[in-house]
Ligand binder design. Structure first.
Ligand code: ADP
Length: 338
């Protein structure tokens, strides 16, 4: 019987082609008269991942021709880190297919909007290809200020947001060449060996695109959901399409909370000019069954303030209202999945 159960568990594959025995997630198997109890422990215990594991394990065990009268109980514990006392309620990633579509600008202004709403907020800049969060929060020279104490990192606080950036590990203008395992190691520290304290939201600025690094990232960080940013340009949307495919791969499934259209139009003599095309993101969202979270026009103020290192929502009412609506939509969507 035990052999059958172990075989069944080996058939449950997580990403990197490892099964749950190899990954060390299975801690104990108890075989009782009419019951099989399996205890798992993992560092990524988001609800949808737990549910999927329970479903896959049960299915795999039933495939081993085990009598229907035997009940299967699966207990999944979070492998919580004992070094820090961080309690993070909601981790949300901001993703894009392409670089330069405004992902970091939007992650920044959503984070600050959440602070203005009264939440405790952190921002983890995981964009290894171009970590621009330090610039947007005017802390690019502060890399020396994040400190280790007993091996624990302290984030840098700016405009009320607790920030850690992969950019803190590089000098301005220096190219960062990260290999997958290095990224995983640094992110693990960012997540589990950082004194985040109590956070209502941790926003993660993901690197654009799809790849091995994304897969390890998605495995390392227990995300509640993803917010996608795109322009309406065909080329940007075709890359978003690939990203959506990745988030919907069964083994790493992360709920997509919705999509934001950035740089929708430019106002020229009071007329809207749809520079990247009209309704591209809206049509895509309908086709892919993704909620449309809102649109942000191309505004000189947004560019100017991000270059100054001041989140534009703090200085400009028009953008403040736009981001307030988008952020409320994200919170509503989040309530829908938890
Ligand atoms: P990404 O993170 O996707 O690479 P960024 O957030 O760094 O993109 O944005 C790229 C550039 O576009 C930045 O200079 C930013 O200030 C500017 N930008 C982003 N969104 C807007 C907007 N809606 N209007 C004007 N400029 C914008």
């Amino acid at each position: 019987m035990k052999k059958k159960i172990e075989k069944a568990l080996k058939n449950v594959i997580i990403i990197d082609n490892k099964n749950i025995i190899e990954s060390g997630w299975v801690k104990k198997i108890d075989l009782l008269d009419n019951e099989i109890k399996i205890y798992l422990s993992l560092s990524n215990p988001a609800m949808h991942i737990k549910n999927k594991l329970i479903k896959d394990i049960t299915h795999s065990i039933k495939n081993q021709n085990i009598s229907d009268t035997i009940s299967i109980k699966i207990e999944i514990k979070s492998d919580t880190n004992t070094k820090t006392k961080s309690i993070i309620k909601n981790i949300i990633a901001v993703a894009s297919g392409k670089g330069g579509v405004g992902k970091s600008t939007i992650a920044t202004n959503i984070a600050v909007t959440l602070v203005k709403m009264g939440f405790h907020v952190g921002l983890l800049d995981a964009d290894i290809y171009g970590p621009s969060i330090p610039l947007m929060f005017n802390i690019e020279n502060k890399s020396v200020n994040f400190q280790y104490k007993n091996g624990i990192m302290n984030p840098v606080t700016s405009y009320g947001v607790k920030i850690l950036s992969i950019g803190f590990f590089s000098k301005y203008g220096q190219a960062i060449v990260w290999r997958g395992p290095m990224v995983t190691k640094v992110l693990r520290q960012f997540m589990h060996e950082t004194n985040w304290g109590k956070l209502d939201f941790l926003i993660v600025d993901l690197p654009p695109g799809t790849g091995d690094i994304h897969l390890s990232l998605l495995q390392e960080i227990p995300l509640k959901g993803i917010v996608i940013v795109s322009t309406s340009q065909k080329i940007a949307l075709s890359d978003v399409n690939r990203s959506v495919g990745m988030f919907r791969i069964e083994s790493i499934y992360v709920p997509i909370l919705g999509i934001i259209e950035n740089m929708s139009y430019v106002l020229s003599k009071k007329e809207k000019c749809y520079f990247f095309g009209k309704n591209g993101v809206k049509d895509f969202s309908k086709k892919m069954n993704i909620f449309f979270l809102g649109e942000i026009p191309m505004l000189q103020k947004i560019r100017e303030y991000s270059d100054l290192g001041t989140p534009v929502v703090l200085e400009n009412e028009e953008t403040r209202n736009i981001f307030m609506n988008i952020t409320k939509n994200i919170i509503n969507k989040l309530h829908g999945i938890t």
